[in-house]
Write a protein that binds this ligand. Structure first.
Ligand code: SAH
Length: 379
């Protein structure tokens, strides 16, 4: 944290090959900025002002931060750095969706997607370069896992979008590349900045973390955050979920469902959003709708049916629209809130599970081979 790094020596004259010890300001949350200022003998509120300049006003030039003392600005100039994301590619879509491919300092790239709607705007933010979880229908999984993003790289996506659009999005979903609960600390800190009144001011209900179900970290999240929780369910039973969301073998449904229930803490207005990707003849039968209803009994829930977004050699097809609607109606008749997600940004490959930047250092190039998907399809 900041207080520890404050002792770093000025690095301006250091040879380029030595490590850059300057403090990356985008990695700090508000308490981090306050501690930084206090550690240097300034008042904590000076740190808060700096935080506000950076995130609320989107100003990154120290000279423009008129209410900071010269002494503080000089110290910041020598001992800190602000690593803003660089846009490699910006792809706007006819429906208003914008996808940004952002360059990271080590040549890795991540994607961020902006989705405007009539009454709100949503930013879909990445938490890792690639993903290690191997969900069978997800394009990011095909890239393998490269590394976690830092807090600065996560909030940098929000910083960039806010600057590009002239205002912050009304909603943020941690549904881009990666598994946010596998990068716990950096994600939690970035989500705190999203909610901070001196930064992006998003209500806790307007920040959503989507997880494939890393059960211990759902309990940890409950201790430190109240953001909305979305869970990638995709199957109503362990046999199928084991195959399409392999993390289920480690944390099966009988562990996942109680963890999600506990996350809600019995608060009447909260509920879990269950994401359910509609895969033709795999998880879309009437019997499976019934099993899903049984599974969610007693958990305040909203089910979001996601038409599968195809990509080359996925081995899956999306369910017919009529099947999706029949499935949804069944859920609704049982009293569940069930919606079908509209697919946006399709022609710029910005739709769910299609975020496939040119990611280097892949774990396993799967050589485009169509993997056999051996799932009991007799349901
Ligand atoms: N790792 C997190 C967030 C990632 S993606 C998670 O698993 O929740 C956000 C959502 O998109 C998840 O529900 C994911 O399962 C879904 N998704 C992935 N690939 C998809 C595809 N090809 N079509 C539709 N939805 C997909």
């Amino acid at each position: 944290m900041a207080s520890a790094s404050v002792r770093a020596e000025p690095m301006q004259t250091a040879p380029r090959t030595s490590p850059d010890l300057r403090i990356p300001l985008l990695d700090l949350d508000r308490p981090g900025f306050e501690a930084l200022a206090a550690g240097w003998g300034f008042k904590p509120f000076h740190g808060r002002n700096l935080f506000r300049w950076l995130h609320k006003h989107g100003v990154s030039e120290l000279d423009a931060m008129s209410d900071l003392s010269k002494a503080l600005r000089e110290r910041l100039a020598t001992e800190t750095r602000i690593d803003l994301p660089r846009v490699a590619v910006e792809k706007p879509s006819a429906d208003g969706t914008i996808k940004w491919l952002l360059d990271l300092h080590d040549g890795q790239r991540v994607e961020t997607v902006y989705i405007p709607e009539e009454s709100r705007s949503t930013l879909c933010v990445s938490s890792q370069v690639g993903c290690a979880l191997d969900c069978r229908f997800c394009a990011t999984a095909r890239q393998g896992f490269s590394r976690n993003l830092s807090t600065g790289e996560i909030i940098g996506q929000v910083w960039h979008a806010t600057r590009a659009l002239g205002k912050p999005p009304t909603n943020i979903v941690m549904m881009g590349m990666g598994e946010p609960l596998a990068n716990f600390d950096a994600v939690v800190k970035a989500m705190a900045i999203m909610q901070d009144d001196f930064a992006y001011m998003l209500a806790k209900s307007r920040v959503t973390l989507s997880t494939s179900g890393i059960v211990p970290n759902i309990y940890r999240l409950a201790e430190v955050s109240e953001v909305s929780l979305a869970v990638s369910l995709h199957a109503p039973d362990n046999a199928l979920r084991d195959q399409i969301v392999p993390i289920n073998r480690k944390y099966p449904l009988e562990q996942l469902i109680p963890a999600c229930k506990a996350y809600l803490r019995g608060e009447p207005r909260r509920r879990i959003t269950w994401e359910y990707v509609m895969l033709k003849d795999v998880n879309d039968s009437d019997r499976q709708a019934k099993a899903l209803i049984r599974l969610l009994e007693g958990t305040p829930s909203k089910v979001n049916l996601i038409p599968f977004n195809p990509f080359p050699n996925s081995g899956f097809e999306t369910s017919d629209p009529e099947r999706i609607e029949t499935f949804r109606q069944r859920l609704k008749r049982s009293g569940l809130v069930a919606t079908t997600r509209k697919t946006r940004g399709e022609e710029i490959a910005a739709a769910c599970g299609q975020l496939v930047g040119q990611v280097q250092n892949r774990r396993l190039p799967r050589a485009g081979a169509q993997r056999p998907v051996s799932i009991g399809l007799s349901m």
